[in-house]
Design a protein around this ligand. Sequence first.
Ligand code: IPD
Ligand code: CA
Ligand code: CA
Length: 261
Amino acid sequence: MQIMINEIKNWIKEAADLVKEEIAKNDMTIDTKEGRKDLVTSVDKKVQDFLVEQINNFDPEAKILAEEDGRDRLTDFSGRVFVIDPIDGTLNFVLEKENFCIMIGVYEEGKGKLGFIYNVMQDHLLWGGREIGVFINEENLTVPKDLSLKDGLVGMNSSMYRKNAYNAQIMAERSMGVRMSGCAGLELIGLIEGERNAYVSSLAPWDYAAGSIMLEALGMEVSDINGNPLKFAGRELFMAGTPSAYKEMRALVEQSETENS
Ligand code: IPD
Ligand code: CA
Ligand code: CA
């Protein structure tokens, strides 16, 4: 496993150098996918191509689930699977040139093995898994405090908040405040580091794979909004948190479902 960890760290650092070179050149192309706010750049594609090539060289048998270039569906999770988000927070990348991440999750026989989230411009690499613990760069992270909902900041999707979906506004009101970073990776880093107590959003598998592996390794709760295991098939409502905050948020979700039935 150590060989694979070192390889993946090297790929991520090389991919990050590539991203920084592209920012400096300032000639990336930007296209829309499913609407004017759903962007993909030539850099997202370059990073994904680079990571796919590294994976194919390292383990030609491995399967890949990734956001771009028609690699976004996978039905067979047997063997080793790499789940890639080449740039998470593309809108931030385009408009802010910061607050974006590169993410890789590794699964073996359907079980989360290793997660990597790299905050490129801050040079923060969060990595780890159940068997080895979780690290920020080379520092071993301790299990975050079990903050209750009222004692911490909740990361939340803006549309859920606006529509008060699943009592999202009550979740926000009961917490210390809501944060909306536009980057799932940063929200997940916040949870892993104990700076957030929960995160709820509509996410795709490459948005939650790496973070879920590390959260579970730290004893945090991760599921879909109804408390069921994540499906790794298209977007779904994702919910994660400290055991206490998660329980309170699940109770609010159930309450909203009873009220609406
Ligand atoms: C998006 C970001 C955003 C989340 C969206 C994701 P992308 O990823 O993580 O925070 O709310 O659901 O799609 O498209 O920038 O990789
Ligand atoms: Ca993403
Ligand atoms: Ca992306």
